[in-house]
Design a protein around this ligand. Structure first.
Ligand SMILES: Nc1nc2c(ncn2[C@@H]2O[C@H](COP(=O)(O)OP(=O)(O)OP(=O)(O)O)[C@@H](O)[C@H]2O)c(=O)[nH]1
Ligand SMILES: [Mg+2]
Length: 233
């Protein structure tokens, strides 16, 4: 199998965790990874930029640094996906909350014949480590509610840790610029009903450096996104 996978890493304030993410990805998937696109914003910290540049000089054939034109996390991911040239593209974070050790299994599962392989923190017990208890409860309710509205069998619709056949990312028209893009990017493919989608278990561990860009109140925009897409023809 040739190098067929593009990985997108959005970065705002990660340093050690970005470096570790890239090192794990390359040590476990070297023969599969065609490119790693680090996507940064104007507000990305100087320290993160320095680590990113260092990664580019250490792995010049694989790692690329790109500045986002659209705003926020959804905008960053959309900008980066336009540049992906691998057959598959991985959406994940650089803060080690998305476990890089799972990427190998995601690529293998996609290659076995799926258009999208999502990951879920709701398959195995105790998969959340350090998650806010109130957010966890709201998350559970949200998952059950939208799973039944969309009549799908995926159990973690909001988690931005998936591998896609790159074609899908390029052919769907995306709208959400903020974190709810992580939901839009699975609901639209589900709604289109023509893709083979599955999920595998994963674990989540709270970041130990930097801070999240997601505010508590942004979580409520996810409802609007979920209903809006449901009503599309
Ligand atoms: N380039 C870029 N990266 C971003 C932006 N917002 C977030 N990120 C990165 O995307 C990843 C995930 O974002 P976080 O802000 O940690 O949010 P989250 O973990 O999805 O959400 P919570 O679990 O609610 O904290 C992190 O590696 C961030 O640095 C953005 O506007 N631009
Ligand atoms: Mg995070």
């Amino acid at each position: 199998m040739p190098k067929n996978t593009s990985i997108v890493l959005p970065v705002i304030n990660e340093t050690e965790s970005l470096k570790k993410t890239i090192e794990i990805l390359l040590s476990e998937n070297r023969e599969k990874i065609k490119e790693i696109i680090i996507i940064v914003d104007k507000i990305t910290s100087k320290e993160s930029l320095a680590v990113s540049e260092n990664m580019v000089s250490q792995y010049p054939e694989i790692v690329r640094l790109q500045r986002q034109r659209r705003k926020f996390l959804g905008g960053a991911l959309q900008d980066a996906f336009e540049q992906c040239s691998g057959e598959y593209s991985v959406m994940m974070a650089s803060d080690l909350e998305t476990n890089p050790h799972d990427v190998k299994k995601m690529i293998e599962t996609a290659e076995s014949g799926y258009d999208i392989v999502a990951t879920s923190r709701w398959i195995n017990q105790n998969s959340f480590n350090g998650y806010n208890p109130l957010k966890l409860l709201l998350n559970k309710i949200f998952q059950i509610f939208f799973k039944s509205l969309y009549r799908c069998n995926l159990t973690d619709l909001t988690y931005g840790f998936r591998i896609y056949n790159t074609q899908i990312l390029k052919e769907i028209k995306w709208e959400e610029l903020k974190h709810p893009f992580l939901l839009e990017s699975i609901l639209k493919p589900i709604k289109l009903k023509k893709y083979k989608i599955t999920e595998i278990p994963t674990t989540w561990k709270a970041r130990t450096e930097g801070i999240s860009q997601n505010t508590f109140w942004t979580n409520f925009i996810y409802f609007r996104t979920g209903f809006k897409i449901l009503l599309y023809k």
